[in-house]
Design a protein around this ligand. Structure first.
Ligand code: GUN
Length: 291
């Protein structure tokens, strides 16, 4: 069993970006600028956004964190996005999800200029991704593809089982793994809450991507010997031994599943850091389109 070390690969991506940004600065060119919007005080969202902003600093990007109270109006948020759309210094706009219930995710996502949609959530970005055209690919699936690429894992002909059909992870992941590219070229089964025989489908899988948000859902008896297992889950579970009072747990029962795998991602330190690496990559690309 080998570890897909997202922390290490993400650091390699960041090291390269740092060099590229230093080069831009030396040439007197604009450096990438990410604007992140956080609405409310959800603990997990606070952590993710802080981590994104910190990573920007690490590589020399400019970043702006814009905060709104949880009861802010949808209109106020949309106006802020419009301002950022028209700000020539801003290359990427990210609105952290989930949003409070009174704000429509759809309205918010549709308002972001697709040229600055570094999260890859806009229907135009998704449509281009489905057609295999150059675009911003949403950070988590993009990060997973970068990781497979980094470890030279040739997935051609594999049966991939993706668990979870969210717009952010499962659905785009299923499309990317089925593309006529490497990594890709898999036969993909997309499982969800109404799938009747998930365990059986997983037992036939060469690669499993678990992205449903249920800690420990994927168990050892679902795993074919030598399978590749990618765990997108990062649920906070209570842990009195931790200062924070919680620890992060993936969708995979790691301790029992890992011995059967050829490759597996740990939680934390697997997919999470790759999501940030992919977001930074998208922001750099957006900047380079103008530079
Ligand atoms: N919430 C969970 N994942 C993501 C992500 O990749 N981007 C944003 N904006 N919000 C998220």
């Amino acid at each position: 069993m080998q570890i897909l070390d997202g922390k290490k690969v993400s650091q390699a991506v960041k090291d390269q970006l740092k060099i590229d940004v230093a080069q831009l600065s030396a040439e007197g060119k604009k450096v990438p600028h990410l604007a992140a919007i956080l609405v409310g005080n959800d603990g997990a969202s606070e952590t993710y956004v802080a981590s994104k902003v910190k990573s920007c600093e690490e590589v020399g990007f400019k970043s702006t964190l814009i905060r709104f109270d949880a009861d802010t109006s949808e209109n106020k948020l949309l106006e802020q996005i419009e301002d950022l759309n028209h700000d020539p210094d801003v290359d990427g706009i990210l609105v952290q999800l989930p949003l409070p219930k009174h704000i429509s995710d759809e309205q918010v996502i549709n308002t972001i200029n697709p040229e600055k949609d570094v999260d890859g959530f806009h229907p135009s970005s998704v449509g281009r991704m489905v057609q295999g055209l150059p675009t911003f690919i949403s950070a988590t699936p993009h990060g997973i593809m970068l990781m497979l690429e980094h470890y030279n894992i040739n997935t051609a002909g594999m049966h991939a089982v993706v668990i979870g059909r969210s717009n952010i992870v499962g659905r785009p992941m299923s499309i990317l793994l089925s593309e006529n590219k490497n990594p890709g070229n898999c036969t993909v089964t997309l499982c969800h809450s109404k799938t009747k025989n998930i365990a059986e489908l997983c037992r036939n899988a060469d690669i499993i991507v678990a992205a449903l948000g249920k800690p420990g859902f994927v168990t050892e008896d679902w795993i074919k010997e030598g399978a590749i297992v990618i765990d997108v889950g990062i649920t906070r579970v209570a842990d009195a031994t931790k200062k924070s009072g919680f620890r992060l747990k993936g969708d995979v029962d790691y301790d029992n599943v890992a011995p059967k795998c050829s490759w597996i991602t740990p939680v934390p330190g697997g997919v999470g850091p790759m999501t940030i690496a992919a977001l930074l990559n998208n922001t750099y690309r957006s900047c380079m389109m103008k530079n």
